[in-house]
Ligand binder design. Structure first.
Ligand code: NI
Length: 130
């Protein structure tokens, strides 16, 4: 990573891929990633890590499966939410939403267990900003 500042808005303006996070910063063993969400993601779970979501713009619904019951949380611009490790979750954005995520470097976007990955989902550990 470079030591220059990385601007979040400029990074978001630099790509249009959906569900394809860009790494804007790394600290300790964590990534700060920004992504564009639109439509339905897949159900997945990260076995070993919590996942922090911060909504930069738009609205994000995160469906959750907890103890065999389903519920959802709706995040508006400026909201934060942590999906606990091991919890199955499915992000959905009816309109394009810009999301910042914080998670350990190397965390796969589709988690450790997941539904079949459709073509529009980029299964990645994040792309470095060039
Ligand atoms: Ni996740």
């Amino acid at each position: 990573m470079t030591s220059r500042p990385v601007n979040i808005k400029a990074t978001l303006d630099s790509f249009s891929d959906l569900w394809s996070p860009r790494i804007v910063a790394q600290f300790n063993d964590y990534d700060v990633r920004v992504a564009k969400f639109h439509g339905e993601y897949i159900w997945h779970a990260h076995h070993d890590t919590d996942e922090l979501f911060i909504v930069i713009s738009g609205r994000l619904v995160i469906h959750l499966r907890e103890a065999d019951a389903e519920r959802s949380v709706t995040l508006e611009q400026g909201d934060t939410y942590v999906v606990p490790r091991g919890t199955e979750h499915k992000p959905v954005a009816d309109d394009e939403a810009h999301i910042l995520m914080v998670e350990p470097t190397g965390t796969l976007t589709v988690g450790d267990t997941h539904e079949e990955v459709p073509d529009y989902v980029d299964a990645t550990t994040g792309h470095r900003v060039v």
